[in-house]
Structures are given as C-alpha cells and as structure tokens.
Design a protein around this ligand. Sequence first.
Ligand SMILES: Nc1nc2c(c(=O)[nH]1)N[C@H]1C(S)=C(S)[C@@H](COP(=O)(O)OP(=O)(O)OC[C@H]3O[C@@H](n4cnc5c(N)ncnc54)[C@H](O)[C@@H]3O)O[C@H]1N2
Ligand code: MOO
Length: 417
Amino acid sequence: MSDDLLPVSDALARILSAMSPMPAETVALTEALGRVTADPITARRTQPPVAVSAMDGYAVRAQDVASVPATLKRIGAAPAGGLFEGTVGPGECVRIFTGGPVPDGADAIVIQEDVDADSEEDGATVTVREGAAAGTYIRPAGLDFHEGDLGIAAGRRLSARDIGLAATMNVPWISVRRKPRVAILSTGDEIVRPGELTDPMRIVSSNAYALAAVVRAVGGEPVDLGIAPDDEGALRRLAAGARGADMLVTTGGASVGRHDLVQKALRDTEFGADALEVGFWKIAMRPGKPLIFGRFAGVPMLGLPGNPVSTVVCATVFLRPALETMLGLETVGGQEEQAVLAVDLKENDRRQDYVRATWEMGDDGRRHVRPFPRQDSSMMSRLAAADCLIVRPAHDPSRKAGDTVRVLCLAGDFLSI
Ligand SMILES: Nc1nc2c(c(=O)[nH]1)N[C@H]1C(S)=C(S)[C@@H](COP(=O)(O)OP(=O)(O)OC[C@H]3O[C@@H](n4cnc5c(N)ncnc54)[C@H](O)[C@@H]3O)O[C@H]1N2
Ligand code: MOO
C-alpha cells in the first residue's frame, strides 16, 4: 500500500500545473508593497531630465579654473528644480545647489568649500581655490534611466526599493495580480477557536490561524469558512462557502480514520459539477502523508492533514508555491540552502522527511543544523522555534555529523526591503 505514495516532487508538479494566474488589478503605489506586478513598470520620465549638479557650489567653465586661484563673477543661481536661463561665459559662474540644472556654458562644478565668495548675491566676486576638470560633480541627463526604460519586470514582488523606483519613474498606479482568495475550512468535532476552550479535552484550532497567516504572508487573502464538525451534512454546508474563492484549503479529516470525512463529503453528488474530483491522495512525505489534492467548486482544493505541524509544513511546501504561481512569480517556493549536519542521522524510510531543526553559524562560516530530538507532528512549540527544515529524500542513507544536507529556510523569510 505504501507503494501508492506519490513522491513529493510529483505532487508539487501536479499542484503547480493546476494553478492559473490571477487576473490583474490596478492599485495605488502606496498600496503596492508586497504585491506582484502583472505588467512591467516603465519610466514615465528621464532621470535626471537634464544634467544636474551633484553638490552645492558653483557651475563654472573648467577652462576658467584650470589655473587657480581664479576669480569669477557670479551671474545667477540654479536651485534644484529651477533653471538659470542664461549662458555662463568666460570669467563667469552660477551659484548652484545639489540637483540644480547645470546652466549652458558651464561644464564643471566647484564645491563651495573650495571657494571664497564676497557675498551670496548675483554680481558677487567668487575666488576659486581648487580647479575642477570638465564633468566634475555633474550628473548627466538620463544617468539613472530614460523615459520608456524598463524599471521593474512583470512577476516581481514589489519591495520598498521597487516602490521608491516606481515613484521616481513618475508611476502612481501599478498593475498587480489580484490577491488569490483562499477559503480555509477546519474540521473536527473536537476543535474550538483560541480563547473558547471551556472543555479541557477539546483541541484549540491552530491550523486555520497558521494557514491564514501563510496565505497573507505570501500575498493572498484568507477567508475563514469556520470549523465543520465530523458530520457530512455540516461539512458540505460549510464547504459550499468556497464558491467564489480561488482555492479551498481544508485541514483535518484527510486520513483514514472513522471521522475523516472530507473526501466523502465533498464528493457528494449534491454538489453536481462542483463535486470534488480527487487528483491524488497520499504522498511520500513526513509529515503530510494524507495530503489530498483535487478540484472542488471549479477551483483547486488542497486537503491538508489535521496535525498542526503537518498543516504548516504542507503549507510551506505546497500552498506557498501554489499561491506564488497564481501570483505569476517567476521563482516559487522557500529558500533552500546547503548546511552542515551537527549530529548523526539514521537512514530515512520511503517518505521524504522535513525535519525541524535549529541552526547556528559555525567557525567555518557555514550553517550547522541540529534537529530537535523529538519530531512529533503535533508539536507546534518545536516548529515555531525551528530555523529550517532539513529535507531528507526518501531512502536517504544514514548521515554523519559534518555531512552536507539540504535545508528549507523558515527563519528570516518573507521580509525583503
Ligand atoms: N491508521 C492510521 N492513522 C493515521 C494515519 C494513517 O495512515 N493510518 N495517518 C496519520 C497521519 S500521518 C496524520 S498526518 C494524521 C492526519 O490525519 P487527519 O488529516 O485525518 O487529521 P485529524 O485526524 O482530523 O486530526 C489529526 C490531529 O490534529 C488535530 N487537529 C485537527 N484539526 C486541527 C486544527 N484545526 N488545529 C489544531 N489541531 C487540529 C486533531 O485534533 C488530531 O489530534 O492521521 C494519522 N493517523
Ligand atoms: O504525515 Mo503525518 O503528517 O506524519 O503527521
């Protein structure tokens, strides 16, 4: 029976191939942080539009200051955003400030520290103590970009730097992928919301909350359909709320237990053409074996195991890249790295293992990873404390401390300036 288990890579490929890109919508630049561009952003101006000064000082003709001290006459001023309309002739200079347009005739900037001026008025006598070669402290027109240049490609998650660039490019509205709406349905008679624990035997729901957080962090919009008791009718009624969402994610009821009703309820003929079509069920993964993938109500459906750690690990390995594919991102999935094992590991069985581990920087400048001794898929405290998941392929032979292993990073993810 374990031969039926689908390898993780096949499961992921099948999930990703079922995802379609979200339609585009337009948002104000101020709302665009973390959104994914649907169209390229191109410059709507040339920056700088003309040659400008990089410093506060005087715009001069380089040949006039080739030998110093040189005495010049101030004939005007060019602040940032202003333009001195005249031309700098022999023996003349123009007071200029950082960002000010370089007037005609001038071809160098002398910084004010290298000058003695007898006043801050036009007509002042300016004595230049240090020369400046042609081009000194001048930013040529288009130094940063030209109108029509590509600023940000489509399929990029906008960082704070990108927002700054789009603003500089004079682009106030951005075409982004609509956030995928992910309906989240928890299941189980025993499950109650955090804060509503009146019977100590009940289980507090972590899954819907962790899943909603994953959805938000990746750039989607979670919709909580609530907690369905282990009753087919109730499950069907709540699952119907997935209509209009872009994906349905269920937790619990995925395995073979008596109460594990998700597949049965969602396949019901009451749903007609919307009924669940199962693409696959059960994969060679630990934790996460009973994963269900299919289509329900016209959208992809991911049925995650109820164990809280299994839910979050499956969300990391499958839901995150699925949403990123819907968002049109070019690179999907969390960051993977090579790391050094701090302890020995015994050989792995037929399920690809995601081992919760911490890391520390070794003297060799590499990350050294140490698995938690107990890997039970109910232990959220260990998952929250983990820096990474050591990814052990199916049938991986035993490993020694010092061996290199592949890790999927959890810590430090999701924040990019
Ligand atoms: N005989 C077998 N038993 C189990 C198998 C198996 O192959 N044969 N698989 C095991 C594996 S692996 C997993 S993973 C679990 C998952 O099964 P289910 O998806 O059916 O999960 P449930 O039974 O509904 O719940 C498991 C566990 O998680 C708790 N839970 C459920 N929902 C939540 C929630 N929203 N928040 C927090 N905790 C939740 C639930 O109370 C259970 O304790 O099955 C194994 N069994
Ligand atoms: O696959 Mo289960 O998720 O081992 O705990």
